[in-house]
Design a protein around this ligand. Structure first.
Ligand code: HEM
Length: 256
C-alpha cells in the first residue's frame, strides 16, 4: 500500500503486507533485498533507504534483462508502518475490469498511458495458475473460457493449470521471451495471447488503450522511453523525505 512498506515483517503493532491478497504466496525476492541492504550497510551505514534500494533494483532489473535504463531520483526515506488494508484495497487484481484497474492507477496519480506502459513490465516474469485460472475454464460463470483468449494458447495453458490443484504452477507472462525485456508483450496482446485478464483488457476494452498497445507493439523505442518516464513518475509518488520516516537498518523491521 502507498502508506506502508511491503518489506516489513509482522512485529509489535505492524501487520505485514506480505500477507495481503495480492502479495500472499506471490511477492518474493526478499532475501535478495536483504543481501543488497547488508552490502550497503557494510559500506556506508544508515545512508541508503530500503525504498531507494528497491527503486534502484527495479531499474537494474530492467537493464539486466535488456530493457531501458533511467536516472533514479534518490533521497526517499522508509515508512515506519505497513498497511494491510491499503495493500488489499489499492492494488489492482488480475481479474479486475479495465475501468477498475484504470481507477486504481488514477487514485495514485497515474494515467492511462502509465497503465499501459507499466503493464509492459509483464514482458518478464511469471504468474501462478491461480491468477489466471478463471479465464481458462469459467470466465463469466457459465463454464466457458474467456473468448478473448487465443484457443491453442489456452489449450497449452490448461496443461499446467488444471481446473483444480496446481495453484502455484507458474506460466510465463510473455510466452515469447519471459527472460527478456522487449515489446513482445504488446505483440502478444494483439494476438489475444496476454496471460492475465488485466493484460488482455488493455487491448480489448478501451480504444485509447488499444491504440497505445499497437504503438508499443510497432515501436519498441517508444515503449522503452515511456516505460522509463512512467517508472520515474511512479517512483516519485509521495515519497517520505526530510524528517519523515527513517532510514531502516534492516529492511524487514523498523529501527528500535
Ligand atoms: C496493471 C495492473 C497489474 C496487475 C493486475 C498485475 C498483476 C500481476 C499478477 C497477478 C502477477 C503474477 C503474480 C502471481 O501469480 O504470483 C504479476 C506479476 C508481475 N508483475 Fe504485475 N500487475 C500489474 C501491474 C504491474 C506493474 C505496474 C509492474 C511493474 C512496473 C508489474 C510487474 C510485474 C512483474 C515483474 C511480475 C513477475 C513477477 C515474478 O516473476 O516474480 N506489474 N502481476
Amino acid at each position: 500500500g502507498c502508506d506502508g512498506s511491503l518489506l516489513l515483517d509482522s512485529s509489535g503493532s505492524i501487520v505485514t503486507e506480505k500477507g495481503s491478497n495480492p502479495n500472499s504466496n506471490s511477492a518474493r525476492g526478499f532475501d535478495v533485498v536483504d543481501q543488497i541492504k547488508a552490502a550497503l550497510e557494510n559500506e556506508c551505514p544508515g545512508t541508503v533507504s530500503c525504498a531507494d534500494l528497491l527503486t534502484l533494483a527495479a531499474r537494474d532489473s530492467s537493464v539486466l534483462t535488456g530493457g531501458p535504463s533511467w536516472m533514479v531520483p534518490l533521497g526517499r526515506r522508509d515508512s515506519r508502518s505497513a498497511s494491510l488494508s491499503g495493500s488489499n484495497n489499492n492494488i489492482p487484481a488480475p481479474n479486475n475490469t479495465f475501468s477498475t484497474i484504470l481507477s486504481r492507477f488514477n487514485n495514485q496519480g497515474l494515467d492511462l498511458t502509465d497503465l499501459v506502459a507499466l503493464s509492459g513490465s509483464h514482458t518478464i516474469g511469471f504468474s501462478r495458475c491461480t491468477s489466471f485460472r478463471q479465464r481458462l475454464y469459467n470466465q463469466s460463470g457459465n463454464g466457458s473460457p474467456d473468448i478473448t483468449l487465443e484457443q491453442s494458447y489456452a489449450t497449452n495453458l490448461r496443461q499446467r493449470c488444471p481446473p483444480s490443484g496446481g495453484d502455484q504452477n507458474l506460466s510465463e507472462l510473455d510466452i515469447n521471451s519471459a527472460g527478456k525485456f522487449d515489446n513482445s508483450y504488446f505483440k502478444n496482446l494483439i494476438e489475444n495471447m496476454g496471460l492475465l485478464n488485466s493484460d488482455q483488457v488493455l487491448f480489448s476494452s478501451n480504444e485509447e488503450s488499444s491504440e497505445l498497445v499497437k504503438t508499443y507493439a510497432e515501436d519498441q523505442e517508444e515503449f522503452f522511453e515511456q516505460f522509463a518516464e512512467s517508472m520515474i513518475k511512479m517512483g516519485n509518488l509521495s515519497p517520505l523525505t526530510g524528517s519523515s520516516g527513517e532510514i531502516r537498518k534492516n529492511c524487514r523491521k523498523i529501527n528500535s
